[in-house]
Design a protein around this ligand. Structure first.
Ligand SMILES: [Zn+2]
Length: 443
């Protein structure tokens, strides 16, 4: 809604709820729908880490928005004079040049002049854009939003000590079993399975008894101590028989199970623990919701059968992957006729933040042209590489070149140009370069 206000969803919602105020400021009304309240909750999270990158500066106010840094939130702190309170960033840019008006910046924001000079306004008048500070690309994603929300919540809710000692990678996520088993194990350890005491704790049920024996249904009871579970474990043919009744916790058995060995008649050589737990859990659910009774022997057979089926399927898919994988070499694009090759490079000094840019233009007549340029206030090495491309492209436009093949030794920049999302600190240089780059491929 913020970056694409013309899409249908944005037009409907903004028309309904934001007629009198902007999306970033609007409050929920008593009549607002549940859906809109949800959007506003997401908006509140967004606003905490939302900044702007300057294109032409005409939609960003100097004092009210976060635009001075592309990495973190930074507001100008100088005292505001009355006649300067409504200024836009475009008022700090020399009209039509895309360059900063240094004299004016030093007058209005003297303490931030150096910082501002490292930003590159657009040379072609591109609009200002929103950026999301937590990620390098500046584009919001559900994943980064979740991480930002979790980081905020972490200050309030701390994880139980018992969970902090769990080796999640080793015993849950990196085990070579079906994802359903990993998720089940994760839920068991977090006491998140919808069963007995877990449900009672949340006030969902008042009867937390085991369906097999009538005792209180806890994780340890259902999977280890219940007479039904004990009999199932006794039926699993392990080299050293497993006596579940004396095991104190689910996690301690999970750790110990990595050394278990299934006896050969089963035809299964991996850790059977996860499969038996899965089988016990589904058996409990079949009985509870479908009144289907499954015997201990059937539970054990189901666990072994599932395990064997899964490992056979993995072997099959490995084999078919090996057969179909044909190594391919990346193809270099062929160069159309009358194309000018443009090699660019840049050197950057991180202390003085100065950069030297260079480019060589050559065409098929083997005539070459070399140019170089010096720049101050350059933020990073990749920004210097982007500025070299921008300078080279300006030069080729001036020469009237219409077909160009750009070559840079900066893999990071090449990836940034080819990707949909650009690193936020390259906004001014790369956005312009990208537009030309795409154009040059269609000419
Ligand atoms: Zn029981």
């Amino acid at each position: 809604m913020l970056t694409n206000p013309d899409c249908l969803l944005a037009r409907v919602l903004l028309g309904k709820y934001c007629q009198n105020d902007k999306l970033l400021r609007v409050e929920a009304l008593n009549t607002s729908s549940h859906g809109w309240r949800g959007i506003l909750a997401g908006r509140d999270l967004l606003v905490e880490h939302l900044g702007k990158v300057i294109g032409n500066g005409s939609s960003t106010t100097i004092w009210g928005e976060l635009w001075i840094s592309t990495d973190h939130a930074m507001l100008p702190s100088s005292p505001v004079k009355e006649d300067e309170s409504d200024l836009y960033v475009s008022d700090l840019i020399l009209i039509g040049t895309g360059k900063w008006n240094l004299a004016r910046i030093k007058k209005i924001l003297p303490a931030l002049a150096e910082e501002i000079m490292t930003l590159r306004p657009s040379l072609t008048g591109a609009n200002d854009s929103y950026i999301w500070y937590p990620v390098a690309s500046g584009s919001y994603s559900a994943k980064s939003g979740y991480a930002a929300a979790s980081a905020a919540a972490l200050q309030v809710v701390t994880q139980p000590a018992a969970l902090a000692s769990v080796n999640w990678k080793k015993y849950v996520w990196n085990v070579g079993y079906s994802p359903k088993l990993k998720l089940l194990t994760w839920k068991i350890l977090h006491e998140a399975l919808p069963m007995g005491v877990n449900l009672e704790r949340r006030g969902v049920v008042h009867n937390s008894t085991c369906i097999h024996c009538g005792a209180t249904e806890t994780t340890e009871h259902l999977f280890l101590h219940c007479p039904f579970a004990v009999q199932v474990w006794n039926l699993i043919p392990l080299k050293i028989p497993f006596n579940s009744i004396h095991c104190a916790s689910f996690y301690s058995v999970l750790e110990a199970s990595t050394s278990w060995v299934c006896l050969p008649p089963t035809g299964y050589s991996e850790n059977i623990f996860y499969w038996v737990v899965w089988s016990l859990w589904t058996t409990r659910n079949h009985f509870l919701f479908e009144s289907r009774h499954i015997s201990q022997l059937e539970v054990a057979i189901k666990a072994l059968g599932g395990a064997k089926e899964w490992s056979a399927a993995q072997l099959d898919s490995d084999a078919s992957n090996n057969n179909t994988k044909v190594p391919t070499l990346p193809l270099l694009p062929s160069m159309p006729e009358e194309t000018t090759t443009c090699n660019t490079d840049a050197a950057w000094n991180p202390i003085s933040r100065e950069a030297g840019l260079g480019w060589i233009l050559s065409n098929q007549d083997t005539s070459t042209l070399q140019r170089s340029q010096f720049q101050t206030h350059v933020q990073s090495a990749i920004a210097a590489e982007a500025l070299a491309i921008r300078a080279a492209l300006s030069h080729t436009i001036h020469l009237g070149v219409t077909k160009i093949w750009l070559r840079s030794d900066s893999l990071g920049l090449a990836k940034a140009i080819a990707s949909i999302t650009k690193p936020k600190n390259l906004h001014g240089g790369v956005k312009w370069a990208c537009r030309f780059y795409r154009k040059s491929h269609t000419l």
